[in-house]
Design a protein around this ligand. Sequence first.
Ligand SMILES: [Zn+2]
Length: 342
Amino acid sequence: MINRVEELKEAALSAAAAAGDEAALEDVRVAYLGRKGRLTEVLSNLGGVPAAERPAIGQAGNRAKQEIGAAIAERAGFLSDSRLEALAETEAIDITFPAPPLRRGHAHVLSQVRRQLEVIFERIGYSVEEGPEIETDWYNFEALNLPKGHASRDVQDSFFLDPGEETVLRTHTSNVQIRGMERIGQPPIYIVAPGRVYRRENLDATHLAGFMQLEGLAVDQGLTVGDLKGTLLYLVQSLFGPQRQVRMRPHHFGYTEPSFEFDTICGRCLGKGCRSCGQEGWLETGGCGMVHPQVLRNGGIDPERYTGYAWGFGIERIAMLEYDVEDLRLFYENDLRFNRQF
Ligand SMILES: [Zn+2]
């Protein structure tokens, strides 16, 4: 019986020494020391062995288990080391290999367009002026020649913040006209005022309750409608290219006289009419006009000495024209598949 134990031990030791990898070594452990392993089996069947011999066999069996366990552990260490050495040989990191590209964030398309517009006007001497989004009735309406009860107020359905309707979320960036004149003082005044505005609109593909505008104001000696049109032409051609023309249509705003809406010629058909411009040939872009004398007076400027012109448009509108986006809401849904295109 002892011989049988010794035989199994020798067989296990040579099998362990011959195991080529960690899986083969595990097979050896299971085959000899596992619950149904050969050595385990022999040692658990000592029924036919005379009682006097059992302790000796038990001791021999335990020694054999220890030796086999130690041999397996040693072999495992060796196999693990050589596996790592082999890895180091074959899979060394090549530090000259290009890294996978990093996906970096970037400014939202509306921020890009806003900045683009600011730069276009800064290039011809305009400075960027900021104004508050929570505004008094005076700066948002009254000083702009829109007294209480004026028809233009109904058009601009407003979010008032108090029952007396003295404080309002500004309905346009035109509040910066008066604030700009007050801050700068006497002309020349050449400013653009980008920012958020708020209106009670029913939301659809072309209307939002909160959006961005860019206001422009020039006040100087001898400014005319020709200067206004030249400025708008410069804007449109800077944005969309030299073949794009501007047209002005008479309109009415309380704070400009005369007032116009201005259109950009369609980039697809150059005025002939196509599906993208609804056969019009022109795309609505914004509103503009010569600053009303009363508005100059409200800003502390003498309308006998100076004239001014102003314009305003939606920054989203420009982004839609620039990138052929058909639904305004896409700019605010923050779907990364949309945002990443710009
Ligand atoms: Zn067209």
